[in-house]
Design a protein around this ligand. Structure first.
Ligand code: NAI
Length: 335
């Protein structure tokens, strides 16, 4: 089968070539992101392999279908960038990699918490300039700190396990409580209680219409002063402008982001010689109590290897008529 792999990077190609030894698919790698302008590149392929910021909306899927593409193989867990209703109407199959290394994302999440709390990013630059003053670097003990996780699936569960190890007081919100978390002593409460009680809030739910801008001005208003907010899930869970207002007022004392709602035009590219046109993003970078990483939480060799292997296994299962890891509208709506 011919597969068009969009949004290619050297590490994608390396790991997919290696995993393909067991499958021998005809892989064509394109640096372009899948979108209206690049969709023609898929001509002649039966499957397209895409990542988080590729655009698989109605018009793109329609054109892919006309070009003969039958399968959309996401090499990621999230599927908010695919119009599932359009795919269903076009009888296209959408598969994803539901779990590759939840540890990778959870560990990066906690890394952001530790760095923000102890101001490691600031301390590192200071020491390199022979400034050994501790002024402004004071943190707090995580032990005993109330921490709340929104979305306790695979990643949220591991974040809670790690925070349990630190001795945090644990709270969670999820419409489907996770028994492993309950056994750990995590208290499931309402979103409002999370906002009211927790000094650390970490987002691990999927982006869906119901969770779009979950963290908005009204939510921030209910939070503790100087709260730490972490988002390694999807950018649009957060209303960035409201968060900037929260940072300016001091309501948000620490912000750790691995995702950003307009990241499609920024992340995964070297723009160091370009002028950033996104003023909202540029404003975020001005705060000393904000750390932004460029959607790298998943990026361990364990995870990238698992992504390549599962993606090709998904394609192989599809070929054999035994589809696995399919994303359907029904699954999307059931949350
Ligand atoms: P999962 O599907 O195992 O867990 C998601 C949890 O969110 C489920 O327990 C579900 O019940 C819960 N949920 C659904 N609607 C909710 C709502 N309205 N409020 C609160 N919780 C809700 O997903 P997993 O593997 O834990 O991943 C979570 C998210 O992390 C993904 O949706 C993806 O967007 C993001 N992600 C980010 C990565 C990165 O590199 N930054 C890499 C992988 C995933």
């Amino acid at each position: 089968m011919k597969i068009a792999v969009f949004n290619n990077k050297p590490y994608v190609e390396r790991f997919f070539y290696r995993a393909n030894a067991g499958f021998e698919y005809e892989l064509t790698f394109f640096d372009e992101r899948l979108c209206n302008e690049s969709v023609e590149l898929a001509a002649g392929s039966e499957a397209v392999c895409i990542f988080v910021n590729d655009v698989a909306d109605g018009p793109v899927l329609t054109r892919l279908s006309e070009l003969g593409v039958r399968l959309i193989a996401l090499r990621c867990a999230g599927f908010n960038n695919v119009d599932l209703e359009a795919a269903e109407k076009l009888q296209m199959c959408v598969v994803r990699v539901p779990a590759y290394s939840p540890y990778a994302v959870a560990e990066h999440t906690v890394g952001l918490m530790l760095a923000l709390n102890r101001r490691i990013h600031l301390a590192h630059s200071r020491v390199r300039e022979a400034n050994f003053s501790l002024e402004g670097l004071m943190g707090f003990d995580l032990h005993g700190t109330p921490a709340g996780v929104i979305g306790t699936g695979k990643i949220g569960e591991i974040v809670l396990q790690i925070l349990h190890g630190f001795g945090c007081e644990l709270f969670a919100y999820d419409p489907n409580p996770n028994p492993v978390c309950q056994q750990l002593g995590v208290r499931y409460v309402t979103l409002e209680e999370i906002y009211k009680k927790c000094y650390i809030i970490s987002l691990h739910c999927p982006l869906m219409p119901q969770t779009h801008h979950l963290i908005n001005a009204k939510a921030i208003e209910q939070m503790q002063d100087c709260v730490m907010l972490i988002n390694t899930s999807r950018g649009a869970l957060i209303d960035t402008r409201a968060v900037i207002d929260g940072l300016k007022s001091g309501r948000i004392g620490y912000l750790g982001l691995d995702v950003y709602e307009e990241e499609g035009d920024l992340f995964f590219e070297d723009l160091s010689n370009k002028i950033i046109q996104d003023d909202v993003f540029a404003r975020l970078l001005m705060f000393p109590n904000v750390i932004v990483t460029g959607h790298q939480a998943f990026f361990t060799h364990n995870a990238v290897e698992a992504i390549a292997e599962t993606t090709l296994a998904n394609i192989s299962a599809y070929e054999k008529g035994q589809c696995q890891n399919v994303v359907t509208c029904r699954e999307y709506k059931k949350h």
